[in-house]
Design a protein around this ligand. Structure first.
Ligand code: SAM
Length: 236
């Protein structure tokens, strides 16, 4: 799985990928992330990536030309990408289904905005899709890019050592994960449920499924409704 990230803060991406499961995936060569400093693709002495907004108003807007040049360089160096994602609060919501879809592609480019946003022509000319990590605004696209890379990379075979762990994660089967416990069996009067200490694998499996369903109904009934609609549509 190849990612190219275009940003004015390359070190944020490098730092975010230095540790943990995804960091190891990068080390093992299962995930190939190339970070491109947008300023490299400017042509003026000051390496300008932003300018004042036409029509006035607060803040600065990221210029279109450096993004176009960055994409040209990526195409030349790394081949034509399957998707060029503009990270934006106005995009389609990024969820586990989107992560699964992107993990099925070979090469994804992530464009990180800053300031007031990006010149609309980047949407029109460079991006092939727009994704949001949620209904809130963060200061730049770097954290959203790291979230996308992390969620997608977990689904790349070999990145997470135990495949079963990814398959049991929340949302993987359309429901939340079951509760987890480790030693000690009792902590300040709070005991681990007896069934987990019983050694009865079938009982443990049943309890976990029941817990996962119960907490999904309590916390995220929308997931159950979605599942019911999807299976209803499958039957139609
Ligand atoms: N004025 C813009 C708007 O309201 O749509 C927000 C600009 S935001 C301060 C700067 C950059 O952060 C955006 O261009 C985008 O790349 C990134 N960003 C902010 N919130 C995001 C979100 N929820 N999902 C993905 N990217 C986001």
């Amino acid at each position: 799985m190849k990612f190219d990230v275009v940003t004015i803060f390359p070190r944020m991406i490098d730092a975010g990928l230095a540790e943990g499961v995804v960091g190891r995936g990068v080390e093992k060569g299962l995930v190939d992330v190339r970070v491109h400093d947008l300023r490299t693709f400017t042509t003026d002495r000051h390496r300008t990536v932003d300018d004042v907004p036409y029509g006035g108003g607060p803040g600065m807007v990221m210029k279109v030309e450096p993004f176009v040049r960055a994409l040209e360089a990526i195409r030349a160096e790394r081949g034509a990408p399957d998707s060029v994602v503009l990270l934006s609060p106005q995009g389609r919501l990024f969820d586990q289904g989107e992560a699964r879809r992107l993990s099925g592609l070979g090469h994804v480019v992530l464009l990180c905005g800053r300031y007031e946003g990006i010149d609309e022509r980047v949407r029109d000319l460079v991006a092939t899709e727009e994704l949001s990590i949620g209904d809130f605004v963060v200061s730049g696209g770097e954290t959203p890019a790291l979230i996308v890379i992390d969620a997608v990379s977990r689904l790349v075979p070999g990145v997470v050592g135990d495949r079963e762990s990814v398959e049991q994660d929340s949302f993987a089967q359309g429901i939340l994960d079951y509760p987890h416990y480790t030693r000690p069996a009792e902590f300040e009067g709070h005991r681990v449920p007896d069934v987990l200490l019983s050694g009865h694998h079938a009982e443990v499996r049943r309890w976990r499924m029941q817990q996962a369903l119960q907490r999904t109904i309590e916390r995220r009934p929308d997931l159950i409704e979605r599942r019911v609609k999807e299976t209803g549509n499958e039957r139609d």
